[in-house]
Design a protein around this ligand. Structure first.
Ligand code: ADP
Length: 223
């Protein structure tokens, strides 16, 4: 099963990705996390993408596509995977179609988390994350039990550099210009699902399990 979580920055992809992959036991592939890892590790690639990421633009298609190919070729992806933050351009979506066909992988199940744009700035600027376990909090809707500290690790939560308001606005502009057009690429597919993302994470997760469970049952019946 190849799942594709699609939606604007701040639509809750990271939160749902964790819930879904814990439930299904498949890896989550977040191109954003992979790129941040390269920056933190101080690699050449990290150096090359730092500036573009912290200004809210998109990293080049070829670079991200190559990174994705390497990742999905690893053995833990054999039984399926979830994509979070990829594809982000029409070119990446076309590339993914070829990659899945080449590797005889199934067509993706697309889950579109739809959140009105005006709700996103507030969500993103109040987002905090644990640097150790990656748990995402939101000071408005999902604060940690103790202010500023991760519930699991007790470590100080951090704000992503690109969650500062001016960068957030640029990311949303980038989304509108380059990523929203990807919807047209998928909208007519059989497994395209529109999900209202302006509700509680648990409620959204239940809606997602309600979509996926029958598909899993069908898959099992077919084997
Ligand atoms: P969000 O979905 O909250 O914007 P991500 O963690 O997915 O955050 O991505 C952070 C940044 O990483 C993006 O703003 C972009 O610069 C870069 N990035 C991530 N995925 C891609 C991609 N598929 N193509 C190009 N750039 C990407």
């Amino acid at each position: 099963m190849v799942l594709l979580l699609f939606g604007p920055p701040g639509s809750g992809k990271g939160t749902q990705s964790r819930l879904i992959t814990n439930w299904l036991g498949i890896p989550a592939i977040s191109t954003g996390d992979m790129l941040r890892f390269e920056i933190q590790a101080g690699t050449k690639l990290g150096e090359a993408v730092r500036c573009i990421m912290t200004s809210g633009g998109l990293v080049g298609d070829d670079l991200v596509n190559q990174m994705l190919v390497r990742r999905v070729s690893q053995p833990d992806c054999l039984n399926g995977f979830l994509l979070d933050g990829y594809p982000r351009t029409v070119y990446q979506a076309e590339y993914l179609d070829c990659l899945l066909a080449d590797q005889a992988l199934p067509k993706p199940i697309i889950l579109h988390l739809d959140v009105p744009l005006d709700a996103l700035v507030g969500r993103l600027t109040s987002r905090r994350q644990c640097p150790i376990c990656g748990t995402i909090y939101n000071l408005l809707h999902q604060p940690p039990k103790k202010a500023g500290l991760c519930d699991n690790e007790g470590t100080a939560l951090i704000t992503r550099k690109d969650d500062q308001e001016d960068v957030v606005r640029e990311r949303l502009r980038t989304y509108e210009a380059q990523t929203r057009p990807v919807l047209a690429h998928y909208q007519d597919r059989k497994h395209f699902y529109q999900i209202r993302g302006d509700r509680s994470p648990q409620y959204i997760f239940e809606e997602i399990t309600g979509i996926i469970e029958p598909l899993l049952a069908k898959n099992l019946a077919a084997n």
